[in-house]
Design a protein around this ligand. Structure first.
Ligand SMILES: Cc1cc2nc3c(=O)[nH]c(=O)nc-3n(C[C@H](O)[C@H](O)[C@H](O)COP(=O)(O)OP(=O)(O)OC[C@H]3O[C@@H](n4cnc5c(N)ncnc54)[C@H](O)[C@@H]3O)c2cc1C
Length: 443
């Protein structure tokens, strides 16, 4: 590792900030990473948000490039497809990749975050500072102010490059919003989520190595496996529905009507207590028109593009930011000005595309998978992919198993939908003409 005298300040030691620090650390820069919370490796209380995440090819490549993939996969559970539980009790498996048999992986958020922090700590040129909350950014002097809760004092720092990986409600992004041409939109959806758990003892009732879904039109429940054989169950539904689940009887009645087969999996008491006790979390989507300011400030991960979680791509996209950044540093010989400008140019359109795709996938997961048209489309996708392999990549496949730019995945979906509609129309016309001719011949 070559030493580099430039100093990089990274704000946020979550998944993306930690991986980003590892990338820059490996390049020999002096890294200071400032994280608001205490060191999660020493804290007893687990962090909020999802307990496990699906890791797919974009995230895997980012880990592989710095030699971390193998270790992570050892502690992850492969998922080969969706296991759909219909309202009528029917259950059906849908493979994620019928073409090359690839899978996605369920990995624990805390495990991954701790693993990345330990990895960066092994680099001599990286310093971790916990309990440091960014509270102010001076864009004229390039100075950041952090507040340390334990000692109740302030810390002022600067660097040659300042990277904000401080999550969906990023303090650094808020400051950049005051700079020219930096637009940013924030959209809350009116659905929230709570997490429940199936214990390892009930695990035999779940088909392993699948992401289970209970689609119910306006809501859905999903379950991802954990390495200890338990399952993390997430219930997504309109916030107004959560508001109605106040008493034990209401919760039980709701589950009996909508998800009856889930009651024995979680256990009645556990289920009722957890639903009543847990406040639903909200989901937000953020789109920015720029991701940098001058050659000094950059935002990555959720700070740059928080998305709703229905494509399982938020972390993967954040990890891909690290790959893109690393490639640009190579390409522009570490000229930060050019790197940052190009990063914005490449990533804004991708971030917007995956944000839209993630919104769309909620509809697919909670509703479309129950409709015959979904299976017709899947069948059509499969045939087309067989015939013109590279030219026809089904949407889920291209997002999850390739490194095709998200923007291109979205464009492909749009023209493929047109082809599908026209083919169906043509098929309809031919079938109708054929019936008409047959009818004329008979009469
Ligand atoms: C329910 C749910 C399920 C999800 N499932 C998936 C999935 O299956 N696959 C997937 O790829 N993605 C998934 N995601 C998205 C994924 O969680 C995020 O994209 C990912 O965590 C982003 O990482 P990050 O490091 O950018 O942000 P964060 O994980 O939010 O980390 C930000 C860090 O910055 C710190 N911080 C915040 N403010 C400050 C401050 N002012 N000063 C200093 N530090 C600060 C925080 O403490 C935190 O440690 C899911 C998200 C949700 C909500």
């Amino acid at each position: 590792m070559e030493e580099n005298s430039k100093r990089i300040v990274i704000v946020g030691g979550g998944l993306v900030g930690a991986l980003c620090a590892y990338y820059f650390g490996k390049r020999g820069y002096r890294i200071d990473l400032y994280e608001y919370r205490e060191d999660i490796r020493r804290s007893k209380s687990p962090r909020g948000r999802s307990i496990n995440l699906s890791l797919s090819n974009r995230g895997r490549l980012a880990l592989r490039d710095v030699g971390l993939e193998e270790e992570v996969l050892k502690s992850a559970v492969p998922m080969v497809g969706r296991r759909v539980h219909f309202q009528n009790g029917k259950v059906q498996s849908i493979l994620y990749d019928e073409f090359t048999n690839q899978c996605i992986y369920s990995v624990g958020r805390n495990f991954l975050n701790k693993f990345l922090l330990t990895a960066i700590e092994s680099l001599p040129n990286v310093l971790l500072h916990f309990d440091c909350k960014l509270i102010d950014v001076n864009l004229k002097t390039d100075e950041l102010t952090f507040y340390r809760c334990s000692s109740q004092d302030y810390l002022r720092v600067t660097g040659d490059l300042i990277i904000g990986a401080d999550g969906a409600f990023s303090c650094l992004r808020r400051s950049l919003q005051s700079t020219p041409l930096f637009d940013c939109s924030q959209t809350y959806i009116d659905h929230g989520y709570i997490e429940l758990r199936i214990s390892p003892e009930q695990s035999h009732l779940m088909k392993p190595n699948h992401l289970h879904i209970w689609p119910r039109g306006s809501m859905m429940l999903i379950a991802l496996p954990n390495i200890d054989k338990s399952w993390t169950v997430t219930l997504f539904m309109p916030l107004s529905e959560f508001d109605r689940l106040v008493y034990k009887e209401m919760v039980l009645e709701f589950f009996k009507q909508v998800f009856p087969d889930v009651i024995p999996l979680i256990g009645t008491d556990q289920l009722v207590n957890d639903v009543i006790r847990t406040k639903p979390s909200v989901l937000v989507s953020i789109k920015c028109s720029k991701l940098h300011y001058r050659d000094k400030f950059l935002i990555v991960g959720d700070a740059a593009h928080a998305i709703v979680p229905f494509y399982g791509q938020g972390m993967n996209a954040g990890f891909e930011d690290c790959t893109v950044l690393n490639n640009l540093l190579d390409k522009y010989s570490e000229d930060f000005g050019r790197v940052l400008e190009e990063f914005t140019r490449l990533r804004v359109s991708d971030a917007h595309a995956i944000a839209d795709l993630a919104m769309y996938n909620y509809l697919e997961m909670r509703d479309l998978v129950t409709r015959p048209s979904y299976y017709l489309k899947k069948w059509f996708d499969k045939q087309m992919h067989r015939v013109v392999e590279d030219k026809w990549q089904p949407l889920y496949y291209s997002v999850t198993f390739t490194h095709t730019k998200y923007e291109v995945c979205l464009q492909q979906r749009d023209w493929q939908s047109k082809v599908l509609k026209r083919s169906l129309l043509l098929f309809g016309i031919v079938a109708l003409s054929f019936s008409a001719l047959t009818f004329i011949n008979i009469t």
